[in-house]
Design a protein around this ligand. Sequence first.
Ligand code: NAD
Length: 251
Amino acid sequence: MFELTNQTAVVTGSGSIRGIGRTIAMTLAKQGAAVVVADLDMNGVQDTVRAIQAAGGEALGVELNVTSEDSVKAMMNKVMEVYGRIDILVNNAGISQKVTVEEMSLADMSRVFNVNMFGLFLCSQAVLEPMRKQKYGRIISLSSVSAKRGGGVFGGAHYSASKAAVLGFSKNLAREVASDGITVNCVAPGLVNTDIWKSMEASAAEAVIAGIPAGRPGETEEIAAAIAFLASKEAAYITGEEIDINGGSHM
Ligand code: NAD
């Protein structure tokens, strides 16, 4: 079940050493996919590639700025040159900023939307032609619980708005491409045990935990497992959906 052998997956933002993207990349590789590790941070990219290869998986590292059309095109050219197909795109690259609306500048708003929404648009658009030709594809994007209930301690309103935009965009795209065997879905994590969580003061962490019925943050593996399922052939009839992964903090 959920085998991804002979498939190619691109995971954006997978150079983050302790981030969700790296675990997604490692999980898809473990399921048999050749994984394109794509990120702005080439040190992180190389580190993730080594980790996948050390575990016996297939990986290709590519420098990517999701906000640049040229960079996205160059990445897709490389993927098609090396693997000849693209089956799975995971739009994971994302940025956040803790700032109130009163303090937010238009530049703050643009920066967050540029990566979280416009970058996601460029990457999603770039995979459509090969996926339509193959009559097969999986596009999975990282939204957030912040899209549904506000960002709380971690992100500003621009972050929540961008992650809500991801949901609407994905539903539209899902309708446009469903007849060609392409599914488009989202996962919406709550608080995940990444650097953000580890850097919090104990009192702030306690307050956050009090709002999570499961009593703990999620693990990156728990996000990656849902993505591996959505990426599989078995999930062919699920499209335009989002899976909430938040320990019950938003139901
Ligand atoms: P992270 O900051 O650890 O990793 C994000 C990665 O994206 C970094 O490696 C960064 O270099 C890369 N990136 C940033 N801008 C880029 C660009 N322009 N082009 C290419 N790569 C770029 O983040 P994370 O905590 O692992 O989060 C991953 C995703 O999950 C994000 O979309 C985030 O919004 C979402 N998310 C995270 C949490 C959480 O608690 N960590 C909760 C809900 C949703």
